[in-house]
Structure formats: structure tokens, C-alpha cells
Design a protein around this ligand. Structure first.
Ligand SMILES: Cc1cc2nc3c(=O)[nH]c(=O)nc-3n(C[C@H](O)[C@H](O)[C@H](O)COP(=O)(O)O)c2cc1C
Length: 334
């Protein structure tokens, strides 16, 4: 799969996820075999104003190539300027967020609203490409709602505007994250799209990923919730291992991720609190996870959290039931 001049090592991509696809987890996903790791959504206005938070989102390792940055915003001129800022901070590929369903974002003309205004989305892509000189991709939804599914049409319009690839989260904005992703929409878009299509939605296992890629004919797939607390999915896809992680591997990965997260965040207390969802995800499927989470959610100190993890993962066994993946209700995503 190509993104402009950049060839991806494989078609297994970590989906952009606010609070998850930060530099430490992107590094882990890549080390285990992910072919690409776009950033979470970054505000165009924040980039232009030089806000510390937006710049922080663009921190990355020199080895993260191509460095693929997702931007959200609704005005072509501002998006063009933001694209140039992102390039100056190291971006090599840019992604336009056309999927974020959150009201705060949608009402500014950004995110999923762009599915209802493809001509504005096209102007944004043109501005981003012209001002940055970088390849631009877009991440879209199936459509705004069930009556306006227009992913295939969006692929044509975005390609004509200069997009080099489109990722499709096969749910409408109205669906949010509920219901099932409709991979038929992705297969239909593949048929007509002049540019590579990346499929996304409900991939939970390596087998799912391989099957969806083959059935839909898309060029690559993005894995979101199925990769939370589970970077091993990329090792399985890269053919580096067949099984899931042992408890000891979970513990080692969690420690590595947490310590990198503390370093990335810079403030221990803030880092520990933001890391709490990851503790939940790494403990998914293990017996006694509910009690571990109750205890973990009360701890603010790094040493305490690490000690609790040592005890829990040292003794936990697999639970019989597979748990559903929970989403934090207040995260802004696409
Ligand atoms: C916590 C969370 C944060 C997300 N943040 C973003 C984001 O910043 N940008 C984006 O385009 N999509 C975002 N998404 C959507 C995912 O990239 C993906 O499209 C969606 O989760 C469907 O894929 P999945 O079924 O594999 O999870 C987010 C999803 C979740 C669960």
C-alpha cells in the first residue's frame, strides 16, 4: 500500500484514537508490527496558534515513518495553514478527519459534518495539499445517516481533489459506535474508488482483519478498539506469533507502556489518571479484572500502580467470558 511516495510495510494499521494513539502506544504498535500508526485528531486552530497540547500530539520518534498526522477543522484556509504547521513539525502524510461525531466538533463544520458537504471537504483537501506539499488522506464514515450513505461518492470527490487514499469507518455518524460496521459499504466504495481504500470497523482479531481485507478488496485495514490493550494483534498479523499474550507478557507490556506514557506526559499524576483506561484494556478477559480495576482506579502513585499490576498479572488467570470493549463517553473521536 502506498501513501503518496511512502510504501507501507504491511496493510495492518493502528486506527487513530484520541487518548490511545499517542506517541508511546504508536511506538509499541510499530515495534510489534503495525504497518502505519496515524496520530489521533489534532485541532487545526490549536496547531496554528502554537498551542502546547497540539504540538505535544505531534511528538514522535525519528523511526516513525511515514509520520501521519490527522487534523480536524472545517475551514479550507485554516486547514491549509495547519497542514503547513504540521509539516514543519515533521508530518510526512496528512489525514483529514471527516468522521468525528462529537457535537462540539460537528457544529464547527468539522469532523463528520464534512460528509454532508463534500465540496467543502474537497476544498480543504486541496488547501492542505497545496500549502503543505504533502500527500493527504481522509478518514470518513459511511455517511451522515442511513438515508445518506455516500462513502463511495466521497471517495470519488476526494480523489479528484487530490487525496491519495481514503479510510472508511463503516458506520454512519448517526450510529456513533453502536450497531455493526457495514463492510458492504467498504466493498462498494472499493469498486468505484480511483484511490486505495482502507477499511475500518469491528475488527477484533487477526482472523477478522485478514478476512475483511480479502472479502472487501480494500488495500489495508485499520484496527481501533481491537488494538486497545492488545498490540499483539499486530504481531499476529505480521506472522510473528500465533497466540495471544501470556500474563507475564501483558505485565511487561503494560509496564513499558506506562513508563513511556509518564515520560511522554511529563507529570506523573496526570499520566497515571490518563492511563487508567489502558489498565482496564490490558486486564480484559482475566479473572479478577473487576476487582483489579476498582483498586487501580483509586491509585495515583506510579509505584503503587506498578505494585498492584505485579500482584494482579502475576496471579491472574483467563476468565471464561470475553468482555465487550468499553469506550470512554467523553473522548472526542471519529
Ligand atoms: C477512544 C476512541 C478514540 C477515537 N479517536 C479518533 C480520532 O482521534 N480520529 C479518528 O478519525 N477516529 C477516532 N476514533 C475512531 C476509530 O479510529 C475507528 O474509526 C472506530 O473506533 C471504529 O473502528 P473499530 O471498530 O476497530 O474500533 C476513535 C475511537 C475510539 C474508540
Amino acid at each position: 500500500m502506498q501513501l503518496g511516495p511512502h510504501s507501507l510495510a504491511n496493510p495492518w494499521i493502528l486506527a487513530p484514537m484520541a487518548g490511545v494513539s499517542e506517541a508511546p502506544y504508536r511506538r509499541i504498535a510499530r515495534a510489534l508490527g503495525a504497518g502505519a500508526t496515524p496520530t489521533e485528531l489534532v485541532s487545526a486552530r490549536g496547531l496554528i496558534r502554537g498551542q502546547a497540547r497540539s504540538r505535544h500530539y505531534l511528538e514522535h520518534d525519528a523511526g516513525e515513518r511515514p509520520f501521519w498526522v490527522q487534523i480536524f477543522g472545517g475551514e479550507p484556509e485554516i486547514m491549509g495553514d495547519a497542514a503547513a504547521c504540521a509539516r514543519d513539525l515533521g508530518a510526512e502524510v496528512l489525514d483529514l478527519n471527516m468522521g468525528c461525531p462529537v457535537k462540539k466538533v460537528v457544529k464547527t463544520g468539522a469532523g463528520a459534518t464534512l460528509m454532508r458537504d463534500l465540496s467543502r471537504a474537497a476544498k480543504i483537501v486541496e488547501a492542505m495539499a497545496t500549502k503543505s506539499g504533502l500527500p493527504v488522506t481522509a478518514k470518513i464514515r459511511s455517511g451522515w445517516d442511513a438515508d445518506s450513505v455516500n462513502a463511495a461518492e466521497a471517495c470519488r470527490v476526494l480523489a479528484a481533489a487530490g487525496c491519495v487514499a481514503v479510510s472508511i469507518h463503516a458506520r454512519t455518524r448517526a450510529q456513533g459506535y453502536s450497531g455493526r460496521a457495514d463492510w458492504g459499504v467498504i466493498a462498494d466504495a472499493v469498486e468505484v474508488s480511483p484511490i486505495p481504500v482502507i477499511g475500518n470497523g469491528d475488527i477484533k482479531t487477526a482472523e477478522d482483519a485478514r478476512a475483511r481485507l480479502a472479502e472487501s478488496g480494500c488495500a489495508a485495514v485499520m484496527i481501533g478498539r481491537g488494538a486497545m490493550g492488545n498490540p499483539w494483534i499486530f504481531a499476529q498479523l505480521a506472522g510473528r506469533r500465533a497466540d495471544g499474550p501470556t500474563n507475564q507478557e501483558r505485565l511487561e507490556m503494560l509496564r513499558r507502556h506506562l513508563l513511556a506514557h509518564v515520560e511522554f506526559t511529563g507529570r506523573e499524576l496526570v499520566a497515571i489518571r490518563r492511563f487508567r483506561p489502558h489498565l482496564i484494556w490490558y486486564s480484559r478477559g482475566l479473572a479478577g479484572a473487576a476487582e483489579f480495576r476498582r483498586q487501580a482506579m483509586r491509585l495515583d502513585g506510579l509505584a503503587q500502580v506498578l505494585a498492584l499490576c505485579d500482584t494482579f498479572f502475576g496471579g491472574a488467570e483467563d476468565a471464561a467470558a470475553d468482555e465487550e470493549i468499553e469506550i470512554e463517553a467523553d473522548v472526542a473521536f471519529g
